[in-house]
Design a protein around this ligand. Structure first.
Ligand SMILES: NC(=O)c1ccc[n+]([C@@H]2O[C@H](COP(=O)([O-])OP(=O)(O)OC[C@H]3O[C@@H](n4cnc5c(N)ncnc54)[C@H](OP(=O)(O)O)[C@@H]3O)[C@@H](O)[C@H]2O)c1
Length: 332
């Protein structure tokens, strides 16, 4: 396993990590979660990602049970949770001081730990002033409930505003973002956040590296039974990824990418994950899986990163044809 510093901090996270969205509590019970997490841990994964909103907290409960059963040393783990969707009450959502405190405390109980290493604001909250959220996150750190805090799917402007306010008030600034990043979703990581990596030392823990499975090629000839896009509850995701003009265009690209992987003697999941790993502004690639076999396959992506040399990356770029524009150089 390779370990990367999380942004400008002294914390090291495994380049491949493991998360529980969709799967834990929906497709994966505690026994299977144990086998999956053990497989990831044995491969060197130290970062395990979660959120209060995943299966209404069941996902955190399962992860807590697995960690207890495995008996891993807490200091060997980097655990996260994300706060935003905690329930249906008027104060169970968003990023108010009240919900951040109560949501975090409930998550810690479910995960059977006294602190998470990484605490995320799962989305921006249009109703709570950013100042209140920064105070609340700083307070969680002062109370020892989190070691670092960050954001998920915040704009660069929102992150910078939080950072500047924290610096001005001598509070802990946000360290990391959790954005979607994969071959089809590149803009924020490759363009919008560029100045933040240097300026504020932003780290990234990227999600959906396989675009929910699309990039494995499993949907090239229809929807396999039991796969994510076959799940009733996730019909909205199926519509978004497969039933739109854009979705169909992506599938065509996946079909064109297959021979590239084949030519390199690697699988599509390996190639798509290795492609994310090539980006040095990615601190960790959060993988997801519904079986142990998928975890094993995904962990092997690190072995093939070197196969994606400049020439191969150019071939992939040509097929994707979606590279975000760089800043315009106006000099003559
Ligand atoms: N911050 C956020 O807003 C946010 C949002 C989403 C996710 N996340 C985090 O990021 C993690 C990863 O996201 P993700 O699960 O969407 O990642 P992903 O890698 O894009 O999709 C994972 C899914 O693809 C399929 N798959 C994975 N490996 C495969 C393989 N080798 N062969 C065939 N199919 C394979 C599995 O689904 P099936 O087998 O069911 O088809 C698996 O559950 C989540 O667990 C969560 O922790 C965060």
């Amino acid at each position: 396993m390779e370990y990367r510093f999380l942004g400008r901090s002294g914390l090291k996270v495994s380049a491949l990590s493991f998360g529980s969205w969709v799967t834990f509590g929906e497709q994966v019970d505690t026994d299977l979660a144990y086998d999956q997490m053990k497989t990831a841990y044995d491969a060197g994964v130290n970062f395990f990602d979660n959120a209060e909103g995943y299966e209404n907290g069941v996902s955190e409960t399962i992860m807590g049970e697995v960690i207890q059963k495995a008996g891993w040393k807490r200091s060997d783990l980097v655990l996260s949770t994300k706060i935003f969707w905690g329930g249906d009450g008027p104060n169970d959502q968003g990023l108010s001081f009240k919900h951040i405190k109560e949501g975090t405390e409930a998550s810690l109980k479910r995960m059977q730990t006294s602190y998470v290493d990484l605490l995320f604001c799962h989305r921006p909250d249009v109703f709570t002033p950013i100042e209140e959220t920064v105070w609340a996150m700083d307070q969680m750190i002062r109370e020892g409930k989190a070691l670092y805090w960050g954001t998920s799917e915040w704009s660069a402007d929102q992150i910078r505003k939080a950072y500047d306010f924290a610096r001005q008030e001598h509070l802990r600034p946000p360290l990391m973002e959790q954005p979607q990043y994969n071959m089809f979703h590149r803009d924020r990581v490759e363009r919008e956040y560029m100045s933040l990596y240097e300026d504020i030392g932003l780290g990234t823990t990227i999600w959906s590296p396989l675009a929910s499975g699309l990039l494995t090629g499993k949907y090239n000839n229809g929807i396999p039974e039991g796969s994510r896009l076959d799940l009733k509850k996730y019909g909205w995701l199926r519509e978004l990824l497969l039933e739109t003009e854009e979705g169909r265009a992506k599938l065509e690209k996946v079909k064109k990418l297959a021979p590239v992987a084949e030519g390199l003697g690697i699988t599509m999941p390996q190639m798509a994950l290795a492609w994310c790993l090539k980006n040095k502004n990615v601190s960790t690639v959060i993988t997801g899986a519904s079986s142990v076999k998928q975890v094993e396959q995904n962990m092997s992506a690190l072995d093939v990163v070197d196969k994606l040399d400049d020439e191969v990356m150019m071939m992939i770029e040509k097929i994707l044809d979606n590279k975000p524009d760089a800043e315009q150089d106006w000099r003559r």
